[in-house]
Design a binder for this molecule. Structure first.
Ligand code: PLP
Length: 244
C-alpha cells in the first residue's frame, strides 16, 4: 500500500475508535479527504483505495485537479466537496463542478449557487459556515445571522440545506475548541426545532476529529493526516511526510 493509502486507513481507524468511544456508530461519520496543495495524483490514490469523498479549498486549484483526474482516471468518480471561502465571481464553477459546498455564508452566494446549478444535476448539497470564534478575518455567519440564512438556503430551489460547518480558532485551548463544536451542534438542533432539515455537522480536522466526533460531527474534513504536512505557503511543493 502507498503511504497515502496507509494514512487513509489510519484515519478511518481513528474515526471508528472515536465513534465507539462515545457510543456512536462509525458509519454515522463520513470522511472528506482534503487534498488542497497536493497534486491530482495523490487524489487519485485516494480514489483507487476506494474512497470517494474529497474536499478542496481553492477553486482554481480544484478545477485543474478535476480535469486532471478526469484525464488520468476517467473510471474513478469522486464526490467533490468545496470547503473554502467563496467569492461571488466563482460561484458558477462551484455550482457546476461540485456535489457539496460547506462554506456558504451569505445570501448573495446562496442565490447565485442556486441560479447557476445546472438543471441536469441534483440540488447542490449545502452546509452553512458559522463563525463561532469571533475571528474577524474568518468567513462564516454569526449565530444571530444563521436562522435567516438557513431559511433562505432551505427555500432556494436548486440548493439542499444539509447542515452546518465550523472551524474553531486554532489559537484557543483545546477545551474552548471543543466547546465550539458543542455550540454548532446546539445551533443545528435549534434549526431542526424550527422545522428545518439540518442533519449534518461538518466539523473536525486532522488534529481535533476525536473531539468533533464526541460532539456529534457527521462530516470530518481531514487533510494533513492523510496527505502529509502542507507547506506554510500555497504553491510550494508539498511533502508526503505523515503528520505527527
Ligand atoms: C485544510 C482544511 C481542512 C483540513 O485540515 P487538516 O488540518 O490538514 O486536516 C479542513 N477544513 C478546511 C476548511 C480546510 O481548509
Amino acid at each position: 500500500m502507498s503511504a497515502i493509502a496507509v494514512n487513509l486507513q489510519a484515519v478511518l481507524s481513528r474515526i471508528a475508535a472515536a465513534a465507539t468511544a462515545c457510543g456512536r456508530q462509525p458509519e454515522e461519520i463520513a470522511l472528506i479527504a482534503v487534498a488542497k496543495t497536493f497534486p491530482a495524483e495523490d487524489l487519485i490514490e485516494i480514489l483507487r483505495a476506494g474512497h470517494r469523498r474529497v474536499g478542496e479549498s481553492y477553486l482554481q486549484e480544484a478545477s485543474s485537479k478535476q480535469m486532471r483526474v478526469a484525464q488520468l482516471a476517467p473510471d474513478l468518480k469522486a464526490e467533490w466537496h468545496f470547503i473554502g471561502p467563496i467569492q461571488s465571481n466563482k460561484t458558477r464553477r462551484i455550482a457546476e463542478d461540485f456535489d457539496w459546498v460547506h462554506s456558504v455564508d451569505r445570501e448573495k452566494i446562496a442565490q447565485r449557487l442556486s441560479a447557476q446549478r445546472p438543471a441536469h444535476l441534483p440540488p447542490l448539497q449545502v452546509c452553512i459556515e458559522v463563525n463561532l470564534s469571533g475571528e474577524v478575518a474568518k468567513s462564516g455567519v454569526t449565530p444571530d445571522q444563521l436562522p435567516g440564512l438557513a431559511a433562505v438556503v432551505a427555500h432556494l430551489p436548486r440548493l439542499a440545506l444539509r447542515g452546518l460547518m465550523t472551524i474553531p480558532d486554532p489559537a484557543q485551548p483545546r477545551s474552548v475548541q471543543r466547546a465550539t463544536f458543542a455550540r454548532l451542534r446546539q445551533l443545528a438542533l435549534d434549526l431542526r426545532s424550527q422545522g428545518l432539515d439540518c442533519p449534518h455537522l461538518s466539523m473536525g480536522m486532522s488534529d481535533d476529529l476525536e473531539d468533533a466526533i464526541a460532539e456529534g460531527a457527521t462530516l470530518v474534513r481531514v487533510g494533513s493526516a492523510i496527505f502529509g504536512n502542507r507547506p506554510q505557503k500555497r504553491g510550494l511543493p508539498a511533502t508526503l511526510a505523515p503528520s505527527t
